[in-house]
Design a protein around this ligand. Structure first.
Ligand code: PLP
Length: 438
């Protein structure tokens, strides 16, 4: 563990630039240290497998950013986004709560000593045995968007707190969720609330999700307005006064656009859930951020295992070679298919020479070194990039890195074709987290 070898910048003259340099240096040192240990000429099989460097300092800074910008909204980290135990235990120690979608996710959080009242089972369509598990484990808050689910809850977990999940306009999001989940305000108010009241269930509020990687923040505003309509009907018509007091604004936040999104959340809450209303009904606000917390924390490192040059006489715009690396769309780069990401490769070592780490990518302007990049499996779908410009004339034995690969990557990696799906993770911390026992 290379943590602690570099001294953080100290004293009154610490500038943001110095801080940034230090944070990079921490990650770079770990990257260089790890690949220096591997002798690719002699190593045993798999020693040069892909691995991650995870900077828990990034998770910490994102958590603080959330708290600064949305202090009134309690985050429940969406475990599905990256269930790595280092991430979960860091967030648990920082006091974050958790959004789980399955028994395995609930278990991994409870096993860290997180109390069940810090967990929401945020899956509107639950397996019955999972719901019984939630009941036995005292996980007492879930989301629902259909009548059958209300009957299921009555049968297996009748005391469970229920958030009615409403649909949003997520047409501009990178990954749409409202195609699968969420009922209309009309269904919520005319069907689900009366049925829940008739079944004697415990409706606690409303949830929504504006789509993962959302771009259109006016949809947050509309969704919060819609949620208020459901609150009004539930409280005034169906006897949920005193019970309905949770608004869950879901996930979808991205680091780059977070300031803008957070401003809209604050404004929308002030419009539809003003202080007097929130105080009268004791309304608490919660959210389920995933990608926002972890995307920037993980850098994937891959080894160049093969290279095939373009045939002589290929058209001028043909990449000069096909580069084959030991991770691809069936592994940690599945985010290309499932999450519409375009991971940006950079060269980490060329002919044994270590190169600087730059999370923005090295972006060569007019590099002659253009490649198509492919994963290790025997499937033609396994293309990591149809065209990438790199700083060096990459060859077999070199290493590439892909920054910002913390979200929806290792969570869905497979072992197709016999390639290992669980990449090794090397943890570093570009912040002093000792006060949290991290
Ligand atoms: N909550 C629910 C119910 C989800 O389905 C998802 C993602 O699919 C999330 C939260 C996390 O979304 P994001 O990672 O975009 O914040």
């Amino acid at each position: 563990d290379p943590r602690g070898r570099l001294a953080p910048p100290a004293g009154p003259l610490v500038t943001p630039e110095k801080q940034q340099q230090y944070r990079r240096a921490v990650v770079q040192e770990a990257l260089h240290h790890e690949i220096s240990k591997i002798n690719v000429e002699k190593c045993s099989e798999g020693e040069e497998d892909p691995f991650y460097v995870a900077d828990l300092g990034v998770v910490y800074r994102q958590f603080l950013r959330w708290r600064d910008q949305l202090p009134m909204v309690k985050p429940y980290y969406a475990v599905k986004c990256n269930p790595d135990i280092g991430v979960l235990s860091t967030l648990a120690k920082l006091g974050c709560n958790f959004d789980c979608a399955s028994v395995k996710e609930i278990r991994s959080v409870l096993e860290l000593g997180v109390s069940p009242d810090r967990v929401i089972y945020a899956n509107p369509c639950k397996t019955s045995s999972y719901l019984r598990f939630a009941q036995q484990s005292d996980v007492g808050l879930t989301t629902v968007d259909n009548a059958a689910e209300l009957y299921k809850i009555q049968k297996y977990h009748p005391g469970c707190g229920i958030l009615i999940r409403i649909v949003t306009d997520d047409s501009a999001a990178v990954c749409r969720l409202s195609t699968k989940f969420g009922c209309t305000v009309d269904t919520a108010t005319n069907e689900l609330l009366p049925l829940a009241a008739k079944l004697g269930l415990n409706v606690r509020g409303v949830a929504f999700h504006i789509g993962s990687g959302a771009e259109d923040f006016s949809s947050i505003h509309r969704a919060i307005g819609d949620a208020r309509k459901v609150f009004d009907v539930g409280i005034s018509k169906h006897g949920f006064r005193g019970a309905m007091n949770i608004l869950d604004i879901g996930g979808g936040f991205q680091s780059d656009s977070f300031d803008e999104a957070a401003a809209i959340v604050r404004e929308s809450l002030a419009t539809y859930f003003p202080q007097e209303y929130a105080a009268e009904h004791g309304v608490q606000f919660i959210a389920e951020p995933g990608r926002f917390m972890v995307s920037g924390a993980f850098t994937l490192v891959t080894h160049v295992i093969a290279r095939r040059d373009a045939p002589h006489g290929s058209p001028d715009d043909t990449p000069k070679a096909m580069i084959y690396i030991n991770d691809g769309v069936y592994g940690n780069l599945n985010c290309i298919l499932f999450d519409h990401q375009s991971p940006q490769p950079s060269v980490l070592s060329h002919k044994g020479k270590l190169l600087p780490y730059s999370p923005e990518g090295s972006d060569p302007q007019s590099s002659p070194h253009t490649y198509s990049i492919w994963g290790p499996t025997c499937d033609g779908l396994d293309c990591v990039s149809p065209r990438s410009s790199l700083t060096h004339d990459v060859d077999v034995g070199d290493w590439l890195y892909f920054p910002n690969l913390g979200a929806y990557t290792l969570a869905a990696a497979t072992s197709f074709n016999g390639f290992k799906c669980a990449a090794r993770i090397v943890y570093v911390a570009s912040e002093d987290l000792s006060q949290y026992n991290i």
